[in-house]
Design a protein around this ligand. Structure first.
Ligand SMILES: [Zn+2]
Length: 74
């Protein structure tokens, strides 16, 4: 089911045709990881589609990065 429409300007909300903007949300999880979620949000109805998430874990002398890219349901 398509929830957004892709145009050359960006993604449009299917409910009201508004141009959606990018939101970055970062949170520290309890097991000392940093998680960043990048999503598209409609400024009118608040509808949100998750696009990508990046999870950063700190090891003794390195970092592990897990990146998940979701397909936007256009
Ligand atoms: Zn909307």
């Amino acid at each position: 089911m398509s929830q957004v429409a892709r145009t050359e300007k960006g993604y449009l909300c299917k409910r009201d045709g508004s141009l959606m903007y990018l939101v970055y949300e970062s949170e520290k999880t309890t097991d000392n990881k940093l998680k960043v979620v990048i999503s598209y949000k409609c400024p009118v109805c608040g509808f949100k589609v998750d696009g990508e998430s990046i999870e950063l874990s700190r090891l003794k002398d390195s970092f592990t990065i897990v990146r998940v890219v979701r397909k936007i349901p256009v």
